[in-house]
Design a protein around this ligand. Structure first.
Ligand code: GLU
Ligand code: ASP
Length: 489
């Protein structure tokens, strides 16, 4: 990097931060733009330009798709650490994502949908964790700007996630789904152009190389492992076909069980490893209740693009000052509230300094707000019945509540994950954070099938109370968890 480029700064941060923030902003634009209309595209009838899936199938696919996208972050971390280095992995990931959106832009129906899911799943797994990793690497270990750097990063994610449903949602739902998906592809294209030009100028040359390249004998082992996986997957498919149970719903079930097993495997592997110290082992144990709390939080948060999206389409008055608007616009509420709350929470934590509640306490309050946001959604059904349309303010308030929870869980979880990571497993622990979201959506792929207009009061009630109960249990255990975190070496 030249002296001049190192000195140029972005709000007092390394110039590379703007490259990464913009790349992630466009990538999230394409992802959340696509998701804002995908649910409707899947369950609208063919006559209405959709694919004609049932609502429960479409909801289940949305969730398992979300699970896969975060599950592959494990693979993306491996590819960059050991094969290509972060910079190339991000570029290739971005190209796969763009191709995935192009696939949806074509009129090839369900086939194109599954091709697109595969491309975007692998592409995002390669891009997302490595962009975050490169953002962290811009700062020396104890640089005081790191935390604000991540706040700018999270803000960028949510700018993309906010604008996308407004544009892609409007065009997709008003004119044609395929034009909507093309806009998602164009967004990723802008991101790639920006990234290709700026990464050469502003990102370190170290990011061009893997930090722990594979040794030749490891390549052999890796190929063996790959073959075992391919044989394993083919066998599972064969057995399912032989027993005549190879259908979408069972495939989703198999993927969700696998997704839940993976973090269990990681925890056992870390806890039984010789490479970690006694203190580190305790910290990993302390991470387990936080991990479970994060799963319960994402179970509710991620249903915003599935169950709340259906509530928006079926039971909400889509009128604003005499103009109608598409249901997909509600997907902008989540990122909107994040952008509104970030400055307040940054101010609050700065003000409270050492008097802040501990992370387990913040997590339990996070769960409380998530739970309340679902209990709140029982009210329109209880007051007006479930067969009528209600004011958009019901959904708006629900998002306003759950996002208070997100502010207490998402940034805190990221920071705590890095703090509790044993030295030997730093990148694996980062993947664990994304796995909490993956597991949540894997569980959702089974739960959301039970949502229907007729049962929605019980549905929101049970999940809301469950989240609050888990929050209360965590609150009771918070002192013990904090002790085990043992953050003062
Ligand atoms: N919604 C955020 C994003 O898209 C966070 C997801 C997560 O941390 O699991 O980046
Ligand atoms: N809140 C999500 C993520 O931070 C964005 C979304 O669901 O639209 O950033």
């Amino acid at each position: 990097m030249s002296q001049e480029n190192t000195l140029k700064s972005f709000f007092g941060h390394p110039r590379g931060l703007s490259t990464l923030v913009l790349t992630e902003m466009w990538e999230r634009f394409s992802y959340y733009g696509m998701r804002a209309i995908l649910l409707f595209y899947m369950y609208y009838s063919m006559a209405d330009g959709g694919l004609g899936f049932s609502k429960s199938q479409a909801a289940s696919i949305m969730s398992i798709y979300g699970a896969l996208v975060y599950l592959t972050s494990v693979l993306g971390g491996f590819i960059s650490d050991r094969i290509w280095g972060s910079r190339k992995t991000v570029l290739y990931g971005g190209i796969l994502i763009m191709l995935g959106h192009i696939a949806l832009a074509t009129p090839f129906g369900r086939g194109a949908l599954f091709v697109s899911i595969a491309l975007i799943t692998f592409g995002t797994g390669m891009l997302k964790p490595n962009v975050s990793e490169m953002a962290g690497a811009l700062y020396p270990t104890n640089d005081y700007r790191r935390e604000t750097g991540f706040n700018i990063f999270i803000f960028g994610i949510n700018v993309g996630a906010f604008i996308a449903p407004i544009i892609v949602g409007y065009i997709g739902q008003t004119y044609n789904f395929h034009i909507g998906f093309s806009l998602a592809a164009i967004g990723m294209f802008f991101g790639l152009v920006q990234y290709s030009i700026d990464s050469k100028k502003y990102l370190s040359s170290e990011s061009l190389f893997p930090n722990d390249p594979l040794e030749p004998e490891e390549v052999k082992k890796l190929i063996q492992k790959l073959i075992i996986w391919i044989i394993g997957i083919s066998l599972v498919i064969l057995v399912m076909v032989a027993f005549n149970i190879f259908n979408l719903s069972n495939v989703i079930t198999v993927i969700s069980i696998t997704t839940i097993i993976i973090p269990v495997y990681y925890f056992i592997m870390m806890l039984s490893s010789q490479k970690i110290t006694k203190v580190e082992r305790k910290r990993v144990v302390a991470y387990i209740p936080l991990f479970i709390a994060a799963i319960v939080f994402w179970i509710i948060e991620e249903q915003g693009s599935v169950v709340l999206a259906m509530f928006a389409e079926d039971q909400t008055n889509l009128q604003l000052w005499g103009h109608s608007f598409p249901a997909s616009w509600f997907q902008s509420m989540n990122p909107l509230f994040i952008m509104l709350y970030v400055p307040f929470f940054t101010w609050l934590w700065n003000k409270l300094k050492n008097h802040q509640p501990s992370s387990p306490v913040k997590f339990s309050f996070g769960l409380f707000f998530a739970g309340i946001s679902f209990l709140w959604m029982m009210l329109p059904g209880l007051i007006f019945g479930t067969n009528t349309k209600v004011s958009p303010l019901w959904l708006l308030t629900s998002w306003a509540l759950v996002i208070i929870g997100e502010m207490l869980i998402s940034p805190i979880g990221l920071a705590t994950t890095t703090q509790l990571a044993p030295k030997a497993f730093q990148s694996q622990m980062m993947s664990m954070w994304f796995l909490s979201d993956a597991v949540a959506q894997a569980i959702n792929s089974q739960i959301v099938k039970n949502y229907s207009q007729g049962h929605q009061i019980q549905y929101f009630g049970i999940l809301g109370i469950f989240a609050i109960l888990v929050g209360i249990i965590l609150l009771c255990a918070s002192k013990k968890v904090k002790q085990m975190m043992n953050l003062i070496d």
